[in-house]
Design a protein. Structure first.
Length: 141
């Protein structure tokens, strides 16, 4: 297999999106102040920042693990779980805030992890397709 596969492109897009998402404002309270955003993380915000950076790094590393497709598929699954855990942590931090107003408090940047999950699922599907092609071609020989 070669590195120029469409799932490599999907993984690169997911890595870039999560890298950008790590530095965006995530929660805004009812006063208009940013609770979590940029590099000004405190407490659980630091955990969210680290998880988002870890997802970006793992997505980038997954691109170069093309020789072991089974491991590459597992890394895609781990990335998806980390994104879901990051979003769950974000929601729990938002609920714990005293002046958290559910309407209008999440920023539009919070759609980025959902798009990254879609690209990771597309990459997982592409890896499965390549794995099936290799198994089929091995059977023909």
């Amino acid at each position: 297999m070669v590195i120029q596969r469409k799932q490599s492109l999907y993984l690169l897009i997911a890595a870039i999106l999560m890298g950008i998402y790590a530095f965006m404002p995530l929660l805004i309270n009812s006063n208009g102040n940013v609770i979590l955003g940029g590099i000004s993380y405190e407490g659980m915000g630091c955990v969210i920042f680290i998880m988002n950076c870890l997802v970006a790094l793992l997505s980038f590393i997954t691109i170069f693990k093309f020789k072991s497709m089974r491991f590459q598929k597992r890394l895609c699954g781990v990335n998806i779980l980390l994104i879901v855990a990051s979003l769950a942590t974000l929601c729990s931090v938002g609920v714990m805030q005293k002046d958290f107003d559910l309407v209008g408090s999440l920023t539009y940047f919070n759609i980025i992890p959902v798009v990254a999950i879609i690209f990771l699922l597309l990459a997982h599907k592409g890896i499965s397709h390549d794995q099936k092609l290799l198994n089929d071609s091995g059977r023909i020989r």
